[in-house]
Structures are given as structure tokens and as C-alpha cells.
Design a protein around this ligand. Structure first.
Ligand code: GLA
Length: 365
């Protein structure tokens, strides 16, 4: 792995025939000897990906998925909009406004697959301003109901998190090793709390409350994370650090997730390192939770530049290995990504490794 940056830089400088390098690497892949990210990175950290299981199945990605990753995140199926059972909650609310019903059926196929193949699961996500039904915050779980009082919402939050831990713990003990308890609570512009229905109905302390509740119900060895994007940028970084300090004081958090949805030009390597240093200085391990790097097109030149950028950033990750628990890409294949038009991932639409894959393994790009 130490050779990687030299290889990348040498290739960039000497600009060897890209077509030849691709052909050569594809041939390696054909022979079934494509390096496995999870094996190659075992001395460093877990290597994972977000997965939409239907896409993995219909895209013929199963073998690739199983060979490359040892931890997986549901792309959507453990988010509140997939888990909260609104119809049943509405029925329960006729007697008790604090009652909550959940249903984890949508998450089960990937949990089953993970159990079958000994793959770990990172749970994403318990509390978020997005992909959460608005009726969760309303009287009777109906669109026409007013917003519930703070104490009702806190009781709903307690019930929701309790049920998620109870049901996943009962049906899949030991499979979910960590959770994003709260996602994206800090706003971009001022580094203050993001205004959302959570702050409106509970208040700014909803994050502290969510972690208190999660700690109360999570199995002892399950790690609890705060997760956010744009972590390298100020003033957001300062806002995140302020929040992490408060969470640390209460002892209910175990780590911080950097989403790492990055551009080609930004953030700089120094900005990434600075943010990582500051979070590590607070005593937190890091999870690179949703990495992808956007490019404008899939020309050879763009994909080679993307590979160099992946290589440079992974060089940092490897240097920080003692502080990084896992690196996850947000998806496996470009055309199935949420940013498909920006070719952000390690594999192309034909399930072939891209130069970015070669750059973070030991192949020439
Ligand atoms: C955020 C969320 C993820 C996902 C991505 C984009 O980063 O944390 O759950 O929605 O956006 O798809």
C-alpha cells in the first residue's frame, strides 16, 4: 500500500497509455484476481458501502459486493421514513399520543444478507431532519394535527429509539455494530443548530436527548455516532466541534462521522486533515461514512484526475488509520449513485473497476 501514492503520482507525471492501464487492470479483474478492498484495508480500517439491495441484485453486483466490503449501510431502509409505521402509530395515538409503532421489514433483506455472509451493518439513521415523516411531529400522526408539545415528542423519540433497538436487537443480535444517532444537526452558513422540526418541537437540545435515549437502549458494544457533511469547512466545523464537546461531556457518544461527499477541487487535503485533527483531539474516533467524489464527465482525463484525488485522500486516511474505524463509499456503482451524472464512485455501470479503484489499491491507474 505504501507504493500507492508513488504509483499514482508517477502515472500522473508520465501519463502512460491510459487505455493500456485500463485494459491491463480489466484483465486482472476478468481473471478473478481483483484486489479486495476489505482484505487490502484490513490492517487499516473496515471498508464499507451504502447499498440499495434491489440495485445490487438487478445490477449483477452481488459477487462484487460480497468480495469487496465487510460493512454495509442501508441506503434508505433504516431511515425514519422507512421505519416509522404511520398507520399503526395513528391507531395507537387515539389512546396515547406518545405511542409509536415501527416496522423494520424493509431493512430485513439486507440485514439477512449481512448475517448470512458475516458482514457488519452500520445503522443509518435514528434522527434526521430529512426523510422523516412530518406527521411524526403532529397530534394524532395526521397532517391536520397541530405540532405536539415538547414532552410528547420526547416520549415519542424515546419510544421510537427503544423500539428500533429492541426489534433489531431481537431479530439481528450483534449484526448492527454502530448507529448514526443524529445526522446533520449543524447548519452550513453560521455553524449554528440547523432549524428543523426537531428544533421547533423539542428545542436545540434534541441532539443531546437523542443520544441520552440511544445510550439507554443501545447494546453495550454498539458505537453511537454523530454524522455530518461539509465537516472540513468553517464555520460549520466550529459548530460541529461545539456540539461534540457538549455530547462528550454527557458521555453518550462514541464517534463522529464525516460524510465526505467531495468535489474535485474542494475541500483541500489540509482542510480535511485540520478537521480530522480537531475531532480526534476531542477524543473521538472517525468514520468516513458516505464518501464519493464528483466529476463533470467520464472522459479518461476526468477519471484519471478523480483517481488521483481518491488516492491523495486515501493516503490521508491510511495515515490516520489509528483513528478511523471504517471508510464507506456511498454506493458501489456510478449509475446507481444519487449523483449518477457525476460518476462519483469506484465502479462503472458495467461493474468494472474505475481508475479510482486502482488508485486506492495497488494497480496502475
Ligand atoms: C446524506 C444522508 C444520506 C443520503 C445522502 C445522499 O448524506 O446522510 O442518507 O441521503 O445524503 O443520498
Amino acid at each position: 500500500m505504501k507504493k500507492i501514492m508513488c504509483t499514482v503520482l508517477l502515472c500522473a507525471l508520465l501519463a502512460p497509455s491510459m487505455a493500456f492501464a485500463l485494459e491491463e487492470a480489466a484483465a486482472v479483474f476478468q481473471q478473478g484476481t481483483l484486489p479486495s478492498l476489505k482484505e487490502l484495508y484490513a490492517p487499516y480500517f473496515d471498508f464499507g458501502s451504502a447499498v440499495k439491495l434491489s440495485g445490487v441484485r438487478s445490477g449483477g453486483l452481488m459477487d462484487l459486493f460480497l468480495s469487496q466490503f465487510n460493512i454495509v449501510t442501508h441506503e434508505n431502509e433504516l431511515k425514519p421514513e422507512a421505519v416509522l409505521d404511520v398507520a399503526s402509530s395513528r391507531r395507537l395515538a387515539q389512546d396515547d399520543q406518545t405511542a409509536v409503532a415501527i416496522n423494520i421489514d424493509k431493512a430485513k433483506p439486507l440485514l439477512d444478507l449481512a448475517r448470512q455472509h458475516g458482514i457488519k451493518v452500520h445503522g443509518h439513521v435514528l434522527v434526521w431532519h430529512s426523510q422523516t415523516p412530518e406527521v411524526f411531529f403532529r397530534e394524532g400522526y395526521t397532517p391536520s394535527g397541530g405540532f405536539v408539545a415538547r414532552d410528547i415528542m420526547l416520549a415519542r423519540l424515546d419510544n421510537y429509539i427503544r423500539l428500533v433497538f429492541e426489534q433489531t436487537g431481537r431479530d439481528y443480535p450483534g449484526i448492527i455494530v454502530s448507529w448514526d444517532v443524529v445526522n446533520e444537526a449543524i447548519g452550513d452558513a453560521a455553524g449554528e443548530m440547523r432549524q428543523s422540526l426537531w428544533t421547533q418541537v423539542i428545542g436545540d437540545d434534541f441532539v443531546l436527548e437523542a443520544f441520552r435515549i440511544a445510550r439507554k437502549y443501545a447494546p453495550k458494544d454498539v458505537m453511537l455516532y454523530y454524522n455530518d457533511y461539509s465537516t472540513p469547512y468553517e464555520p460549520k466545523l466550529t459548530g460541529i466541534l461545539r456540539l461534540l464537546e457538549k455530547l462528550k461531556a454527557e458521555g453518550n457518544i462514541d464517534g463522529c462521522g464525516f460524510q465526505c461527499h467531495y468535489q474535485m477541487g474542494t475541500p483541500s487535503i489540509n482542510q480535511i486533515k485540520n478537521a480530522m485533527d480537531k475531532v480526534i483531539a476531542l477524543g473521538f474516533p472517525l468514520r468516513i461514512s458516505e464518501m464519493d467524489i464528483l466529476v463533470n464527465d467520464n472522459s479518461e482525463n476526468s477519471l484519471r484526475r478523480q483517481a488521483i484525488r481518491y488516492g491523495e485522500i486515501f493516503d490521508v486516511f491510511r495515515k490516520y488509520k489509528d483513528h478511523i474505524v471504517a471508510v464507506h463509499t456511498w454506493g458501489i456503482r456510478d449509475d446507481l449513485s444519487w449523483k449518477a451524472q457525476h460518476y462519483p464512485l469506484l465502479f462503472d455501470k458495467n461493474n468494472q473497476p474505475k481508475p479510482a479503484f486502482f488508485a486506492i489499491t495497488d494497480l496502475p491507474i
